[in-house]
Design a protein. Structure first.
Length: 247
């Protein structure tokens, strides 16, 4: 099984599961923070926790065994998207607000990303700590030699490879010719649809159009665009002739 393009949300969920079910992973991760050596267990794991200052990709709350001390890791996950303005500062504001509410008494702000991401962006040094995708993958390979562990290790390792995670637009003459004819039909026979000139990829069949009210009224009322499918007509070997069909 191959997932050709990974998103930050995919990594968020993978890490959340590891924190939730694997004490070994949680203990290993703590060794990369100032809480290294703490005898603690994971109490709660939150994904995409939000407030008025923004979103924390992961919030992992720990509680010391045999005590009532709680601390948290607030983790920002990046594959290749740039850091948002004052993103690290807003993480600190969220941590402070949660500490005021006594959710925990201490916190550290951690960046998880490919090693190259941190190297290329000096501003990442503002985070309290850094754990690379490569290090996480290495732990999973060593700790869990099962096919499941190998799959998860490979998943996060390949997310670190920009060349393996980049979407590439693929054009071909057949698709381009088909969509050129479809656009012509729309302009001649269905001008009310206001179909934009297509700029699509190989094997594309769906396009968006507007409804059936007059153009100005549609736009003023904020009418949504609708999806339509252009279907190839004719027989095998014959020239493709588009026809319009609603979804």
């Amino acid at each position: 099984m191959a997932v050709y393009r990974k998103f930050e949300r995919d990594i968020d969920v993978l890490l959340a599961e590891e924190f939730a079910v694997s004490p070994a992973f949680s203990a290993w991760f703590l060794t990369h923070t100032r809480f290294s050596g703490a005898d603690a267990r994971v109490l709660d794991v939150y994904v995409s926790k939000t407030d008025s200052t923004g979103e924390s990709d992961l919030v992992v709350v720990f509680e010391e065994n045999g005590g009532d001390r709680r601390f948290a890791l607030l983790i920002e996950d990046k594959i290749d998207a740039p850091l948002q303005p004052e993103q690290e500062v807003r993480y600190r504001l969220r941590a402070q607000a949660e500490m005021v509410c006594s959710d925990y008494s201490e916190a550290e702000i951690i960046l998880c990303s490919p090693e190259a991401y941190s190297v290329a962006r000096p501003s990442t040094a503002a985070f309290d700590g850094f754990v690379s995708y490569e290090a996480i993958s290495g732990f999973l390979v060593e700790y869990d030699p099962t096919p499941r562990g190998a799959y998860r290790a490979n998943f996060i390792a390949t997310a670190a490879l920009r060349s393996g995670n980049s979407w590439v637009k693929i054009d071909d003459d057949v698709t381009s010719a088909f969509w050129k004819e479809a656009h012509g039909i729309a302009l001649r026979e269905f001008p009310i649809l206001e179909m934009n000139k297509p700029n699509l990829i190989k094997d594309s069949t769906w396009i968006s159009v507007i409804g059936a009210e007059p153009g100005a009224a549609r736009r003023q009322a904020g009418w949504p665009r609708h999806w339509m499918r252009w279907e190839r007509g004719g027989t095998a070997g014959a020239a493709a002739t588009p026809s319009l069909a609603p979804r």
